[in-house]
Design a protein around this ligand. Structure first.
Ligand code: GLY
Length: 387
């Protein structure tokens, strides 16, 4: 019956919230015992927890998971925890040497601002938007992702590299425009999204990972960094794309973004042919079916499609999005991907891939897989509640 099915869904959500609370409690207990404020990202090859500095692109996800846990449980006990790990990132607002501040401050401070009405976080998100905007290159109409002369990315000779992941940083700019009334941030975000739409995508709606621009704004090269090869479809990149354009529609109400997000969603549903809807780390990975899966790409996709579902008026399409997202969520919540309680060093999910070509974080838990899994659970919970 309908009521019976609803109870199954509600129980599914509650069981997985309970499990997440248990795992988060393990992680925060380990950190508390150290007497330090640490930020867990993954498990190292030697089995130890990898803690990251605050300028790592992943530093917002653990605080973000604490906000989601607070939201999902309503338990006041998680509020000071979320505040503490968020506020440890305060100086990130001044970081100007890479684009990821949108992820870092978006998942931490902006979530506190949105989910817990933390008005005092407003200055931090504004300062971060200012820092991110320094990377806007008007000739090309993009925010530059990486510096041309720094780190592993700096070895490739790109003049102005922009990666599809950068779509995820726009949400912060849109929200700062809303919070301040200063539409410069919104204009930059829209320009970046439109330029990326024109240059990053192939006719079949898959995308390149990296597009590098010349100083006159023309495209220099289209390549990959974390995918199998330049013309392959790196799984997480496709997930960032559908998530990013769905968020652009939310913030602008412009149907060009909605239609584009739908085209990408249709491509993902068509291309990911694994029996459990969890993609290989690259759609064109060698060694399929033995290539590692990327649970993080699946979690990002599930969360995106649960949002896209709500914006899709065509019933057969919206049904397809929610069914696909729910299938991912069920598979991630099965023993194939969900760690047993007390295992996995407190991380919720197993089997994600950071960067296969760099042999970095291959088939491991990752804090962003957990973050987007929790966000997808929240979105599903909100749909069940009619919110
Ligand atoms: N934004 C970096 C990654 O997705 O690996």
């Amino acid at each position: 019956s309908c009521g019976g099915q609803k109870k199954v869904e509600v129980d599914f959500i509650q069981d997985n919230i309970d499990n997440a609370v248990a795992q988060n409690t393990i992680q925060t207990d380990i950190i508390e015992k150290s007497g330090k404020i640490l930020n867990p990202r993954t498990i190292n090859k030697d089995g130890s927890i990898s803690y990251i500095p605050i300028d790592d692109w992943c530093s917002g996800f653990f605080p973000g998971s604490m906000w989601l846990t607070y939201n999902l449980t309503g338990d006041q006990k998680w509020l000071p925890v979320a505040e503490k790990y968020t506020e440890a990132l305060d100086t990130v607002k001044h970081l100007k040497w890479h684009h990821d501040v949108g992820f870092m401050i978006g998942c931490s401070y902006l979530n506190g601002y949105r989910m817990a009405d933390k008005k005092e976080y407003k200055d931090v998100i504004i300062e971060t938007a200012k820092s991110l905007s320094t990377r806007f290159r008007p000739n090309a109409g993009v925010i530059q992702s990486w510096d041309a002369d720094r780190g592993w990315q700096g070895t490739r000779g790109w003049k102005c590299p922009v990666i599809i992941d950068n779509m995820m940083n726009l949400d912060l700019l849109f929200n700062v425009a809303k919070a301040t009334g200063d539409n410069r941030y919104k204009d930059i975000a829209i320009k970046h999204a439109m330029t990326t739409m024109h240059n990053h995508f192939r006719p079949d709606y898959t995308c390149w990972h990296v597009v590098s621009y010349n100083s006159d704004g023309t495209v220099e090269r289209k390549q990959t960094h974390q995918g199998k090869n330049d013309d392959s479809s790196w799984a997480r990149g496709q997930a960032w794309a559908v998530y990013g354009y769905t968020a652009c529609f939310r913030e602008t109400n412009d149907s060009i973004f909605l239609n584009f997000a739908k085209d990408i969603a249709d491509m993902i549903m068509d291309r990911v042919k694994t029996d459990d809807a969890i993609p290989y780390w690259d759609y064109d990975a060698p060694d399929i079916p033995n290539a590692p899966r990327d649970a993080s790409a699946a979690a990002v996709t599930a969360s995106a499609l649960l949002e896209l579902y709500a914006y899709t008026e065509d019933q057969s399409l919206s049904d397809a999005y929610i069914e696909y997202a729910e299938n991912i969520l069920k598979q991630l919540s099965s023993p194939d991907y969900l760690a047993k309680e007390n295992e996995n060093k407190g991380f919720i999910l197993m089997h994600s891939v950071g960067s296969f070509p760099h042999d970095s974080d291959v088939d491991v838990p990752l804090n962003y897989a957990d973050y987007y899994y929790l966000e997808a659970l929240k979105r599903k919970r909100d749909i069940e509640k009619g919110l």
